[in-house]
Design a protein around this ligand. Structure first.
Ligand SMILES: C[S@@+](CC[C@H](N)C(=O)[O-])C[C@H]1O[C@@H](n2cnc3c(N)ncnc32)[C@H](O)[C@@H]1O
Length: 209
């Protein structure tokens, strides 16, 4: 084992090779639809989804080792076999690690809005990201996005419009509120709970490829 390698946590997905694409059955033993929680944080959403949908597989992507360890502990304690965490950079994961057209739903929930103008280039949702997303989603795959930040919400709407105008494949879907007909089972994330406790509104967007 190279000196820099570490032993993966139980329930962590540690790729055998970071320079090849992985299909869903490289990650999970059961070939169920694969959903990705990009920047999964403390894993609250990932775990509740995995408990609710045993017939789907959930991979959290998170760059902070402490958070990865925490989520893995919770997955293991609950005995979930359909949830894992990958410690890797988000965009690299979508662009290079996952097989093309392998992801049925991609959740990007309360990502850092990078509010300062000089940091806007760090925002994840940009034209390049949308091209990568289009390539990794299944033909009818979905992209679900939430933010507490009104200006980032407008930014994402504009990026999606620009992408559509240049031939991108996404079309917006309704996202019925809790209690409405066809409401999605969609647990709140840790950050959503935090922002709502401060009186902030959560904005959401749902697109289909
Ligand atoms: C603002 S938190 C939101 C966490 C969670 N989605 C929630 O709503 O509670 C953003 C998370 O994404 C992770 N993150 C940020 N940039 C990332 C990147 N480029 N690659 C992987 N993880 C990233 C952070 O470490 C953090 O845990």
């Amino acid at each position: 084992m190279p000196a820099c390698a570490r032993t993966p946590e139980p329930c962590e997905f540690m790729p055998d090779d970071f320079f090849r694409r992985h299909s869903p059955d490289d990650i999970f033993p059961h070939n169920h639809p694969l959903e990705i929680d990009l920047g999964c944080g403390d894993g609250t959403f990932l775990i509740e989804m995995a408990q609710h949908y045993p017939e789907r597989n959930f991979l959290g992507v998170e760059r902070l080792l402490g958070r990865v360890r925490g989520v893995c502990k919770r997955i293991q304690a609950l005995g979930l076999t359909n949830a894992k965490v990958l410690r890797l950079e988000s965009q690299y994961t979508l662009e290079w690690l996952l097989a093309k057209h392998s992801v049925s739903r991609l959740h990007l929930l309360c990502p850092d809005p990078w509010p300062k103008a000089r940091h806007h280039k760090r925002r994840l949702v940009q034209q390049e990201f949308l091209t990568i997303l289009e390539n990794v989603l299944t033909p009818d795959g979905e992209f679900l996005f939430k933010t507490d930040h009104p200006e980032y919400f407008e930014w994402v709407c504009e990026e999606m419009d620009t992408f559509a105008q240049s031939g991108g494949k996404f079309s917006q879907l309704p996202w019925p509120a809790d209690g409405e007909q066809d409401a999605l089972f969609y647990p709140k994330t840790d950050f959503q709970r935090h922002w709502e406790s401060q009186g902030k509104t959560i904005h959401r967007l749902r697109y289909q490829r």
